[in-house]
Design a protein around this ligand. Structure first.
Ligand SMILES: NC(=O)c1ccc[n+]([C@@H]2O[C@H](COP(=O)([O-])OP(=O)(O)OC[C@H]3O[C@@H](n4cnc5c(N)ncnc54)[C@H](OP(=O)(O)O)[C@@H]3O)[C@@H](O)[C@H]2O)c1
Length: 265
C-alpha cells in the first residue's frame, strides 16, 4: 500500500533533533518543509532528504523574524497544506565557572528563540488547521522545564512557558480537530549540549530521540517524554521539600556555556 501522503514542517532542521526528524520522515510520499539558518547545512539536509525520496522545500529563516516566518510557512501551506508542524529550533545558555549571573542580552535571546520563535513557527498555521479540522502541532520542550535549575534560569523559564503554552493550546485546538503534542526530551547528544559540563544521565543519540518522537507523534500523544525514568524523576522533585532540592541541585558541578546569540530588534 502506498504511504499516506504527508506534508511536514520542521524548524531547526539543520542540526540535532530537527535534522534527525527530517531524516526519519524522508521517504517517498512525504513533503518536507525544512528551515534553519545555516544555508550550507540546510542545503545538505535538503539534498539528503531528496535522495531518500521526499519532496523538499527549504528556506533559511531566523525563527525570530515573525513576518518572514509567517510568509514562508503560509506560502508552503498554500501549495502543500501542512499536516504536521514540529517546532524544534532552540538554543541553550547558562551559568558555570566564574559566571553567576546571566547576561540580560543572552536571556532575551533565549526567550526570543525558544519561546517567541515557537510562536512564530506555529501561529501562521493554527487558524488554517482549525479551518481544515485537521493537523498536528508538535513543540519541543525539555525536561529542564519541569523544575527551575540554578544553572540555566532563562532556558528553564522559556521551556516552562512553552510547556504551559502547548498544554493550553491542546485544550483549545483538540475540539477543533487539531492535535497538539509536547515533546519533552532529556539529554540528547547534539551540538546544543556538546560543550556543557554536566552529568548527562541516560543521554541518547539524536537518531534514537527522533524515533521515539515519531512513534509518539504517529499515535497523536499529548506528551512525548523521554527517557521516562528521568522525566518521572524530575516530576518527583516537585514533591520534595524545596530546600532539599535546591541543596541537591547546588551540589552538581555544572558549566553551561553562555550563548553567543544576542537580542535582535
Ligand atoms: N539536546 C538536548 O539535550 C535537548 C534536551 C532537551 C530539549 N532540547 C531541545 O531540542 C530542540 C533542538 O535542539 P538540538 O539539541 O537539536 O540542538 P541543535 O543541534 O543545536 O539544533 C538547534 C537547531 O535550532 C536552529 N536554530 C537555533 N536558533 C535559531 C534561530 N534563531 N532561527 C532559526 N533556527 C534556529 C539551529 O539552526 P541554525 O544553526 O541553522 O541556525 C538548529 O537547526 C531545542 O528546542 C532544544 O532546546 C534539546
Amino acid at each position: 500500500m502506498p504511504p499516506r501522503r504527508r506534508s511536514i514542517l520542521i524548524t531547526g532542521a539543520t542540526s540535532g533533533i530537527g535534522r534527525a526528524l527530517a531524516r526519519i520522515y524522508a521517504a517517498p510520499g512525504f513533503h518536507l518543509a525544512l528551515t534553519g539558518r545555516n544555508q550550507e547545512r540546510l542545503d545538505a539536509i535538503r539534498t539528503e532528504c531528496r535522495e531518500s525520496g521526499a519532496d523538499v522545500t527549504s528556506a533559511s529563516v531566523d525563527v525570530r523574524d515573525r513576518d518572514k516566518m509567517a510568509a514562508w510557512i503560509r506560502s508552503v501551506d498554500d501549495i502543500r497544506p501542512i499536516d504536521l508542524a514540529i517546532a524544534s529550533a532552540g538554543i541553550t545558555s547558562g551559568l558555570g565557572l566564574g559566571r553567576s549571573r546571566e547576561d540580560p542580552e543572552a536571556v532575551r535571546a533565549v526567550f526570543a528563540i525558544n519561546l517567541i520563535g515557537v510562536l512564530n513557527s506555529i501561529e501562521p498555521l493554527i487558524e488554517r488547521m482549525c479551518a481544515r479540522g485537521s493537523g498536528q502541532i508538535a513543540i519541543v520542550g525539555s525536561i529542564a522545564a519541569l523544575r527551575g535549575l540554578p544553572y540555566a534560569p532563562a532556558y528553564c523559564a522559556a521551556k516552562a512557558a512553552v510547556h504551559a503554552y502547548a498544554e493550553s493550546l491542546r485544550g483549545t485546538l483538540v475540539p477543533q480537530g487539531v492535535t497538539v503534542s509536547l515533546i519533552v526530551p532529556g539529554f540528547v547528544a547534539t551540538a546544543l549540549n556538546k560543550d556543557m559540563l554536566t552529568p548527562k544521565p541516560l543521554q541518547m543519540s539524536d537518531w534514537r530521540a527522533a524515533r521515539i518522537i515519531r512513534r509518539g507523534l504517529d499515535r497523536g500523544a499529548s506528551v512525548i517524554p523521554f527517557p521516562r525514568t528521568l522525566y518521572y524523576g524530575a516530576q518527583l522533585l516537585r514533591f520534595l521539600p524545596i530546600r532539599w532540592v535546591d541543596f541537591m541541585l547546588g551540589l552538581a558541578h555544572v558549566d553551561i556555556p553562555e550563548t553567543r546569540e544576542r537580542a535582535v530588534e
